[in-house]
Design a protein around this ligand. Structure first.
Ligand code: HEM
Length: 263
């Protein structure tokens, strides 16, 4: 074997990866390592989820519903891991977190640009979220790019239209930077689809899984926050659990929920 042959370590950049955990507390405090590792693992999974969601958008554009569904299934499986990972962090007690929390200063998951990118591609876009990042930074460039791009829902509606469904014109030409609003007209089309098209109804169900999965993560995150810091303000400057509670129970795809009482 020559020095230049690929190894496990060189392929995965293990040396670089293992040099990236840099606790700030003195000692350092034992639990800070877990806190860093968990967040880094989240960021890697966010990267993968974004990669897969972009793929779903492309596959819908190419009218490849089976592959799109297969990819959605992968995203859902990752989401389950993301939710389950919170169990690990919940083994950290309030006092253990307190031992290094001050060293986080104003740093917070609130500043995760990849989480915001995910929200953007799912239809929750905001200019304010972009402006929190420095002009020209990787994060801002990525968010700016996603801001004007169609969301997963837009890609799905275009796909349905090409499948011959009567998708309202204003839904197909909507402002892709705006929040996804429920549409009574579109709901009629979706109800019809559910009743006579099991293939595409299955796709709708996977989108509901995605929606529910993200809401589940939000709920578990806020419960973890409550048990770890109670009603204290967040390091990111918000009111903490109180702010996070306002993000719960907001569906990503409102039409897919509203039709349920009529199915
Ligand atoms: C002890 C663990 C954690 C605590 C106490 C905590 C606390 C908080 C608080 C208080 C906020 C509100 C913003 C602020 O003022 O800071 C927040 C937001 C957020 N956190 Fe955490 N967090 C924890 C772990 C995590 C982990 C592991 C992730 C994974 C990436 C994460 C991702 C986020 C995200 C994405 C937001 C923004 C949510 C939104 O604006 O809808 N947090 N967190």
């Amino acid at each position: 074997m020559t020095d230049r042959s690929v190894t496990y370590g060189s392929y995965l950049a293990v040396d670089e990866l293992l040099a990236l955990q840099r606790p700030r507390s003195t000692g350092p405090e034992h639990d800070e390592m877990l806190f860093i590792v968990i967040h880094q693992v989240y960021e890697l999974w966010f990267k993968q989820v974004l990669h897969e969601v972009d793929h779903v958008v492309d596959l819908l554009g190419a009218r490849e519903p089976h592959r799109a569904q297969h990819t959605l299934k992968r995203i859902l499986t990752i989401l389950k891991v993301l939710v389950a990972q919170l169990d690990i962090l919940e083994t950290m007690t309030p006092l253990e977190f307190q031992s290094f929390r001050a060293r986080l200063e104003a740093a917070s998951g609130f500043q995760s640009d990849q989480f915001r990118q995910l929200e953007f591609v799912l239809g929750n876009k905001s200019k304010a979220a972009i402006e929190r990042f420095a002009a020209g930074s990787r994060a801002r460039t990525a968010l700016e790019r996603r801001f004007t791009r169609p969301t997963l829902w837009d890609a799905f509606l275009q796909y349905l239209s090409r499948e011959g469904y009567d998708v309202p014109h204003n839904a197909l030409t909507r402002d892709v930077t705006a929040r996804i609003e429920a549409s009574a007209e579109l709901q009629e089309t979706l109800i019809d689809l559910y009743n006579r098209d099991p293939k595409n109804a299955e796709m709708c169900e996977r989108l509901v899984d995605l929606d529910e999965g993200l809401q589940e993560w939000r709920y578990r995150h806020v419960k973890m926050v409550q048990r770890t810091i109670g009603a204290k303000a967040g390091t990111g400057g918000s009111s903490g659990a109180q702010y996070l509670a306002t993000t719960l129970m907001t569906p990503i795809f409102p039409d897919l929920w509203e039709i349920r009482s009529r199915l």
